[in-house]
Write a protein that binds this ligand. Structure first.
Ligand code: SF4
Length: 254
């Protein structure tokens, strides 16, 4: 009898809603999307804070970090409880979600509720990413640029080696992976796009997406200006066609 009582109290303890102490600074929630975790109906939880400073960033309000309050994640949990059976996946995005130490606990909660877990990251915290791997079903990995270009585009020195380490971790795992690069013609020319795509293909990346940067509300005002010598759309389309055989899937998002 005693054993049953202990079991009951332990299982109540494991109920994610009953778990306390997770602090995540929630910056927003997309309640339902088919775009953020391929072939899944997902919600997206945006976390405040990012150590990078990409000139094209169109969410500059999301960059400053702050400490989350417990109620913020509890609210998301209640939302998730009500979406059991209706959504397939919870995707954590930002900002840079791996900034936050409590992310792993939040992923465990999402798993305990029966959801798959997705992550959008630029991979600048490989040690934290490593702790997340057992909980991840899908990752959208943000490749800013090729080696030296990476730090120039991301606006932070010292980030490339950590990003490269994260990519290695993901390629060595069985986690579904899409690499994606945001193209702003202030940062790239067609040669640089090709060089980056080929190096990713050589590393073993099978799914890759090129997405053209939005030019409204950029972190750096120069990125909102038209780029005079930007390639024509048909030139980019030709390059994508040429690169396509190097991947299982190469997508151009305009
Ligand atoms: S675009 Fe760059 S600066 Fe903006 S949230 Fe993403 S990684 Fe951070």
């Amino acid at each position: 009898m005693n054993i049953d009582v202990r079991r009951e109290s332990r299982s109540r303890h494991q109920d994610p809603i009953a778990r306390v102490g997770i602090r995540l600074p929630i910056a927003g929630l997309t309640p339902m999307t088919t775009l953020d975790h391929p072939d899944h109906l997902a919600c997206v939880v945006f976390l405040q804070g990012c150590p990078l400073r990409c000139g094209y960033c169109h969410n500059p309000q999301m960059l400053p970090s702050r400490r989350g309050k417990r109620e913020e994640w509890e609210k998301i949990l209640k939302f998730l409880e009500n979406r059991r059976g209706l959504l397939d996946s919870v995707v954590f995005s930002g900002g840079e979600p791996t900034t936050h130490a409590d992310l792993v606990a939040a992923m465990k909660d999402a798993k305990a509720l029966g959801f798959k877990v997705g992550l959008h990251t630029a991979g600048v915290y490989p040690r934290r990413l490593e702790t997340l791997l057992p909980w991840l079903d899908w990752v959208g990995f943000d490749v800013k640029g090729h080696v030296d270009d990476f730090e120039h585009i991301a606006g932070r020195l010292g980030t490339w080696p950590r990003h490269a380490q994260s990519l290695g971790l993901l390629l060595d795992s069985n986690i579904d992976l899409e690499c994606r690069t945001t193209i702003h013609w202030r940062d790239f020319d067609l040669k640089a796009v090709e060089r980056l795509a080929l190096s990713l293909a050589d590393c073993g990346v099978r799914r890759y997406a090129l997405q053209l940067a939005r030019t409204e509300q950029c972190l750096a005002s120069a990125y909102a200006e038209p780029v005079v010598d930007a390639p024509l759309p048909e030139e980019l389309a030709r390059l994508v066609k040429r690169l396509a055989p190097r991947f299982d899937q190469l997508t151009l998002r305009e």
